[in-house]
Design a protein around this ligand. Structure first.
Ligand SMILES: C[S@@+](CC[C@H](N)C(=O)[O-])C[C@H]1O[C@@H](n2cnc3c(N)ncnc32)[C@H](O)[C@@H]1O
Length: 151
């Protein structure tokens, strides 16, 4: 049978690209899990990016301790308003690092959080409200006020 190079070459390239993407995705997940991380960021089931459990998480487990910067509401504007947390006073806002800013909202959340003063500064601590399976999307409740103050 005659080899059709104009078909075989693009097919080989596409197959290589798909295999490369699958392998790098697999290695990235394995590296995160190997570092003891519990969260990966992926395509959300509700909106844009979201946080997903990299492994089974038990009720009460701390999922991530996120370093946070406490600023005032005057420092926050535009789209950033949708990403910050309320802080220790009415006007304080927390800019949260790590994966903490990318958790989406659910009115039946599997995650909650609290603010803690650590030795190195303020942290936002995310913990499991119930047992969570590997691969589940992680949600906390933004609260009624959050939604009431947005269109
Ligand atoms: C802190 S961000 C969460 C990460 C965001 N999905 C992203 O891709 O950057 C908050 C924004 O996510 C969206 N969002 C979060 N939870 C949602 C939900 N349950 N339904 C629809 N949109 C949601 C809203 O647009 C909100 O302003």
């Amino acid at each position: 049978m005659e080899l059709n190079l104009s078909l075989i070459i693009p097919l080989t390239l596409v197959t290589g690209m798909v295999a490369g993407m699958a392998i790098s995705n697999f290695l990235a997940k394995r590296a995160s899990a190997g570092r003891g991380e519990a969260v990966r960021i992926g395509a959300s089931t509700v909106s844009g990016r979201g946080a997903f459990a990299l492994k089974k998480i038990s009720e009460g487990d701390i999922i991530e301790r996120c370093p946070a910067l406490e600023v005032t509401d005057r420092d926050i504007g535009g789209e950033l308003l949708n990403y910050v947390f309320y802080g220790s006073t009415e006007t304080a806002r927390l800019v949260v690092m790590g994966n903490g800013m990318l958790f989406n909202h659910s009115s039946t959340p599997n995650v909650a959080y609290y603010r803690q003063e650590g030795a190195l500064g303020v942290e936002l601590v995310l913990y499991a409200l119930r047992d969570i399976e590997q691969g589940e999307e992680l949600f906390y409740s933004y609260g009624d006020e959050w939604w009431a103050t947005r269109k």
